[in-house]
Design a protein around this ligand. Structure first.
Ligand code: HEC
Length: 227
């Protein structure tokens, strides 16, 4: 039915879930799915069928429909067909990311590692694509760091990013190090252009204070990360 691309497989699986879940797609009868390319089917399911509430407000303001527009960095980093952007694009992304970073008045200091521990664990975010999530501002997003990074033995983590166990013990807390870690959490593209690490500060997910708390979790000698 479809070319055997991973996109087609994903779309087919997604469509199966939609139908199995009993979502009423009003005009499903009139649409010939078999005549669509994988991309057309994906667009149909996501944008036209009513499977998502695209015009619903999202927690940070705006709509899901607006969220689906790539921003400049995402466009620059999305190479059609896979592969790496060229050197000039990577340098432009790096420079724009560095320029996006704002610093706390009075300089970068370590905050409270206990708060940082909770924030680095919390995967709650500005959600989209759900019909029944609570999108009110009552629950603020966390950093979701643990989903990509191993931190300490009492909490397992993901392996997409480097293992951060013992991070402060290895790297210390010099001013240069504080700036580097602040920058990486605020907008990691300033050092790793087109990285998969989300732009926690630049996209307004974490405040400067929350970044300081997470930095303490990584760098404070008292934090379990460094024990
Ligand atoms: C979606 C996955 C993902 C999430 C979520 C994520 N990171 Fe990362 N992080 C990465 C990747 C991947 C790298 C490696 C950079 C690269 O080469 O792209 C990285 C790099 C880093 C580095 C630099 C490591 C070094 O060797 O100096 C630090 C520090 C870091 N992340 C901290 C965090 C913190 C703190 C959070 C939560 C606020 C977080 N990361 C959330 C994927 C992630």
């Amino acid at each position: 039915m479809f070319k055997k691309t991973s996109l087609a497989a994903g779309v087919a699986a997604f469509a199966a879930i939609l139908f199995a879940g009993g979502y009423a797609i009003a005009d499903a009868q009139k649409v010939d799915f078999t005549a669509m390319s994988a991309e057309e089917l994906a667009e149909y399911i996501i944008l036209e069928s009513g499977g998502f509430h695209l015009d619903a407000a999202v927690q940070e303001g705006g709509t899901m429909r607006a969220r689906m527009e790539q921003d400049d960095l995402q466009k620059a980093c999305s190479v059609v067909g896979g592969g790496k952007p060229d050197a000039a694009t990577l340098e432009a992304v790096r420079a724009a990311a560095a320029a996006s970073i704002t610093y706390p008045e009075g300089g970068i200091k370590l905050g409270d590692w206990q708060k940082g521990r909770e924030l680095s664990w919390s995967g709650f975010g500005y959600r989209v694509g759900h019909r029944n999530d609570d999108h009110s501002a009552s629950r603020q997003p966390g950093g979701n760091c643990a989903n990509c990074h191993q931190k300490v033995s009492d909490r397992d983590g993901g392996t997409l990013g480097p293992d951060l166990t013992g991070y402060g013990k290895m790297r210390g807390t010099s001013d240069a190090m504080l700036k580097y870690v602040y920058d990486v959490i605020y907008n990691a593209h300033a050092y790793f252009p087109c990285t998969q690490m989300p732009r926690m500060g630049a996209k307004g997910v974490l405040t400067q204070e929350q970044i300081a708390d997470i930095m303490a979790w990584l760098l404070d000698p008292e934090s379990p990360v460094n024990k």
